[in-house]
Ligand binder design. Structure first.
Ligand code: ADP
Length: 641
């Protein structure tokens, strides 16, 4: 912008604007305070200031024409005990009027509506609501609004880099805020909190007391790489930095305490919990880099939203370059948070160029291996924490079975799946294979909507009778990766609902086979619209019939998923398998041999097919027609009583 813009832009009047509905809800939660300790507000403001300084430094590197002073970037805290104010000022990137309205007055983060919906539910459901709220807000990142936990009025004056005039924002956190021009605003952002009276019982400390404020900064923001300056008396004295400013990832591992890691994790992740695991890696020599990564203890709220963010920031020699650096982590590890600091990259590097950069590709490869190894170590040494991790994030990790061919084996090793072996605990494939009895030469699984549906499915019968364990795969992603992974350590992964199973043992004799030929041929014609083949089964012990697919066929669950996404899947005909020992099947054979043209037989054939579908948890194409056929047959049966 030109310096004389000020003359040309007519002054905007003070505007009073309503907070967006979601923003208002979040503010209310903040004001009615959900945190036992209010100290975190300062961490949030300092964190925002630090980001603003990062952004300005980067902008000045990337845009030589940008007229900004970056010689003394810092954060300053000023306290006024008389007026009971605390001011947080940074000379960072600042915000334009539109940004103030768009960023501060609204919540644009993906998933926010859903999160607030859940929050409302949690609060309505009573007892655990405080904690549930804290939990959900935590997922969200508390942010700027947390100022209203400690202040009853907040003023913000900000001027965007390169802009001639600034903006003054003010609110009591109720329903509205005001924005006005601030022609004399300094570069950056100044936030003044008009503090509520201290209330020790409520966790509200005296934030006009320099001693308190210094303690809070040390505790939560020590690692911030910009100086956080404060006068010894909080007010007029000579200001000095209160934080030690060392990038955690460049300090020796043994020097960094768990608390420091936790606070840093909160800074990069916007999560308020402790990280589940901290991972460090470094390389020296030609490609020098350091990384500090975290596994979260909970799935981030946007994990399965379309444009969920990847959590790794890229730095070049301590200088922040970008958030959500997708070149550094594959999508299936999008929940990994942290920092990679590379030595030999240009600060001007774009996302597109990064994708091609050889050094970045090397880092990414090592990072993936290291993360997978860390999960493996959790599995081997700390089953409880591994179980937490897996139940929260396993669904994402399994996507890697499809997309990361190079690391497939390592991913298979850290997966665990529910199985018929143990109702409570999922099993790893390694443990599954170790339990396989003599004679079992494949690892068996079935995919479907729920454990109950799978356990009750007719396909399970012969496996249960044999004592063969079956993996019960109920995540949508399971439907897809199973087709891409042929085996685990040489044991074929085999669906019990597809292909021919050969469980050995009693072969059907020739005579039995021949005896069924006519019935099978007739059923294949009668049910020709629904099934592509009718054959005798080895997998049934009690049920009369079941439906199976050929390997690679669309499964019923996948069909349902297609429909849920609004697509019409190609119609897949499955194979009807009959149990030659079932009285229903032998009875049908006898009836068909005796009176092949009896009109009732057709109805019974349809019922046989429909019940097989229902037993596996499937859906009938025409439920009403099925019900009518069933009613007609029941009436006949009753008339014979
Ligand atoms: P979050 O920091 O979690 O994104 P906030 O509500 O704290 O959410 O802030 C919203 C946005 O407002 C930030 O993402 C940033 O773009 C902007 N912002 C906040 N504080 C500052 C600041 N001190 N300087 C510049 N921009 C800021």
């Amino acid at each position: 912008m030109l310096p004389d813009d000020r003359e040309r832009t007519p002054a905007m009047p003070t505007e009073t604007i309503e907070f967006q509905a979601e923003a208002r809800q979040l503010l209310q939660l903040m004001i009615h305070s959900i945190y036992a300790t209010k100290d975190v507000f300062l961490r949030e403001l300092v964190s925002n200031s630090s980001d603003a300084l990062d952004k300005l430094r980067l902008a000045s590197f990337q845009d030589k024409d940008l007229d900004v002073d970056v010689s003394d970037l810092h954060i300053a805290l000023r306290l006024d005990r008389e007026a009971r104010t605390l001011t947080v000022r940074d000379n960072g990137i600042g915000m334009s009027r539109d940004e103030v309205v768009g960023l501060i007055g609204t919540i644009a983060r993906s998933g926010s509506a859903e999160m607030l919906g859940r929050l409302r539910q949690a609060r309505e459901s009573g007892a655990a609501s405080e904690e549930a709220s804290a939990e959900l807000i935590g997922q969200f990142g508390v942010g700027f609004y947390s100022s209203f936990m400690v202040a009853d009025r907040v003023e913000m004056v900000t001027r965007a880099a390169g802009s001639a005039t600034g903006v003054r924002w003010e609110s009591a956190g109720e329903g509205t805020y005001t924005v006005a021009d601030a022609p004399d605003a300094e570069q950056g952002t100044t936030i003044t909190l008009h503090l509520k009276p201290a209330d020790a019982e409520d966790g509200l400390h005296d934030y006009a007391d320099p001693h308190v404020v210094r303690g809070v900064v040390k505790r939560y923001s020590d690692f911030i790489t910009w100086p956080i300056r404060m006068a010894p008396d909080g007010g007029e004295g000579e200001p000095e930095a209160v934080n030690s400013r060392k990038a955690l990832w460049s300090r020796p591992q043994s020097d960094v305490s768990d608390e420091e890691y936790t606070e840093f994790y909160r800074h990069v992740s916007h999560d308020w919990r402790e990280p589940l695991e901290t991972i460090r890696l470094a390389a020296e020599g030609t490609f020098e880099y350091q990384a500090l990564l975290f596994l979260p203890a909970r799935a981030p709220m946007d994990l399965f939203l379309r444009d969920s963010r990847r959590g790794v920031q890229l730095y070049v020699k301590r200088v922040f370059v970008m958030d959500d650096c997708e070149a550094l982590v594959p999508e299936y590890l999008r929940f990994v948070k942290g920092v990679v600091d590379a030595a030999d990259l240009s600060l001007n590097v774009s996302r597109e160029i990064l994708q091609q950069d050889r050094q970045i590709q090397l880092i990414r490869r090592r990072l993936v291996k290291k993360v997978l190894a860390a999960i493996r170590t959790l599995l081997d040494t700390d089953p409880e924490r591994y179980a937490t991790f897996w139940s929260e994030l396993g669904r994402a990790v399994k996507e890697g079975l499809l997309s990361d061919h190079d690391n497939r084996q390592a991913i298979l090793e850290i997966c665990s799946f529910p199985s018929t072996h143990d109702v409570e605990r999922p099993t790893t494939l390694r443990d599954y294979v170790a339990r396989m009895p003599e004679g079992q030469d494949a690892a068996y699984y079935m995919t479907g909507a729920s454990r109950a549906a799978l356990e009750g499915s007719p396909h399970m019968e012969a496996f249960r009778a044999k004592g063969y364990e079956v993996l019960l795969l109920t995540d949508p992603v399971d439907e897809v990766w199973v087709d891409a992974v042929p085996d685990f350590n040489g044991k074929p992964l085999t669906s019990i609902a597809s292909g021919e199973v050969d469980l050995g043992g009693d072969e059907l004799d020739e005579e039995t086979r021949e005896g069924f030929e006519a019935l099978l041929a007739w059923l294949a014609t009668v049910l020709g619209d629904e099934v592509k083949e009718v054959r005798l089964s080895h997998r049934l012990t009690t049920s009369a019939a079941c439906l199976v697919g050929d390997p690679g066929d669309l499964t019923p669950t996948l069909e349902k998923m297609y429909r849920a996404m609004g697509q019409e899947p190609p119609k897949v005909k499955r194979i009807l398998e009959l149990n030659p020992r079932s009285p229903l099947v032998t009875g049908l054979r006898r009836a068909h041999a005796r009176r092949p043209d009896d009109p009732d037989l057709r109805g019974i054939a349809e019922l046989l097919h429909g019940t097989a579908l229902l037993a596996e948890g499937g859906e009938l194409a025409e439920p009403a027609a099925f019900a009518a056929t069933l009613a007609a047959q029941l009436e006949k049966a009753l008339s014979r009583v």
